[in-house]
Design a binder for this molecule. Structure first.
Ligand code: ADP
Ligand code: MN
Ligand code: MN
Ligand code: MN
Length: 373
């Protein structure tokens, strides 16, 4: 197995420097989504005092011509601080700050889907929409093969790996546990983790988060995962079908509820939401991966615990459906629904926005509606 250059550096030597006091200064790492809509970028600056809230963090800028975000001749992009977390890598008092990207004219960049999501969420605040996302991902070695897979072959068939334990079943738990702890430290609402069906594939869950927080927390959890993997010399892939054939793909199941769904008798409200979703399948499929459905076409085959991309379906405890009502929700007659369609590389801002538009703003048809604010 080839080892990444980043992993060859001596982490013990680094500790020597990380123990040095940093005085009154604070390091703030600005994080943003690049022009691919999937990649994350970051850069760090020093502040003179610890920011107590997002308002204390100044706007900044970067060279958009190096992030697929602008032409070289007009390349400055603005970074607008949006959500602040503790930095689990350099620790207190240092911060991670997720940013929105604005263009030179202060309009949101093409891949800044947070701006619109935030406006849609503000329309439905009274219904208290909660989300919980199950982020599946695959660990790769630097050569692009899933971590721990034999170089010229395949591991044994799927079966023993899901929630598995043992060196022949769980590939890369060090990464998973480091990421979990780092998320807790940062203040990311991570609520669980498990090994997945394909060896070297894992999942973590974030939520429940209300409104815009879902996207913020998931993106920061992804950043932390990339960063932890960097330390271990591995690469994380959010490709929805990293290995073709008889291997499970990777999704971002999105669990969704409103106050009415969580209250007694909420199952009826959930069923009404599913009826609306049934009539708007194509719109959702377009929103659920960065390529308008092309990525998910490789994954949503109707096999390997997925539904067919062409058809909408729903059912209690049905893991082959587009929408699943968890068994406990069917029994309690209240709770939430699970949309199993979003791809592992989806943008949670547009996924949560689409659910709100269809289920709460009762939109129909292929196009999202415009609202005057
Ligand atoms: P699965 O059985 O599909 O694997 P998981 O346990 O992996 O389910 O994930 C469940 C997800 O549902 C978590 O992200 C959790 O935050 C979320 N969740 C739980 N209750 C609610 C709720 N009322 N509304 C929205 N999301 C919820
Ligand atoms: Mn799960
Ligand atoms: Mn899963
Ligand atoms: Mn699920």
């Amino acid at each position: 197995m080839s080892l990444a250059a980043s992993a060859k550096l001596d982490k013990l030597v680094k500790q020597q420097y990380m123990k040095l006091p940093q005085g009154d200064k604070v390091q703030v790492t600005y994080i943003w989504i690049d022009g691919s809509g999937e990649g994350l970028r970051c850069k760090t600056r020093t502040l003179d005092r610890e920011p107590k809230s997002i308002q204390d963090i100044p706007e900044w800028n970067f060279d958009g011509s190096s992030t697929y975000q602008s032409e070289g001749s007009n390349s400055d992009m603005f970074l607008i601080p949006a959500a602040m977390f503790r930095d689990p890598f350099t620790k207190d008092p240092n911060k991670l700050v997720l940013c929105e990207v604005l263009k030179y004219n202060k309009e949101p960049a093409e891949t800044n889907l947070r701006d619109r999501c935030r406006r849609i969420m503000s329309l439905v605040e009274r219904e208290h929409p909660w989300f919980g996302i199950e982020q599946e991902y695959t660990l790769l070695a630097i050569d692009g093969r899933p971590f721990g897979w034999p170089p010229n072959g395949f591991p044994g068939p799927q079966g023993p790996y899901y929630c598995g334990v043992g060196a022949d079943k769980a590939y890369g738990r060090d990464v998973v546990e480091s990421h979990y702890r780092a998320c807790l430290y940062a203040g990311v609402e991570i609520c669980g983790t498990n090994a997945e069906v394909m060896p070297a594939q894992w999942e973590f869950q974030v939520g429940p988060c209300e409104g815009i927080n879902m996207g913020d927390h998931l993106w920061v959890a992804r950043f932390i995962l990339h960063r932890v993997c960097e330390d271990f010399g591995l690469v994380v892939s959010f490709d929805p079908k990293p290995i073709a054939g008889n291997w499970n793909g990777a999704g971002c199941h999105t669990n969704f509820s409103t106050e009415d769904m969580r209250k007694e008798g909420g199952l009826k409200v959930i069923e009404e939401a599913i009826e609306r979703l049934a009539k708007r399948h194509r719109y959702h499929i377009r929103a659920y991966d960065p390529k308008g459905g092309l990525d998910n076409a490789r994954r949503l085959t109707g096999h390997h615990e997925t539904s067919n991309i062409e058809e909408f379906s729903a059912g209690v405890a049905n893991r082959g459906a587009s929408i699943r009502i968890p068994r406990a929700v069917g029994q309690d007659k209240r709770g939430y629904l699970e949309d199993r369609r979003p791809s592992a590389n989806c943008d949670p801002y547009i996924v949560t926005e689409a659910l709100v538009r269809t289920c709460l703003l009762k939109e129909e048809g292929e196009e999202p509606k415009e609202y005057s604010q």
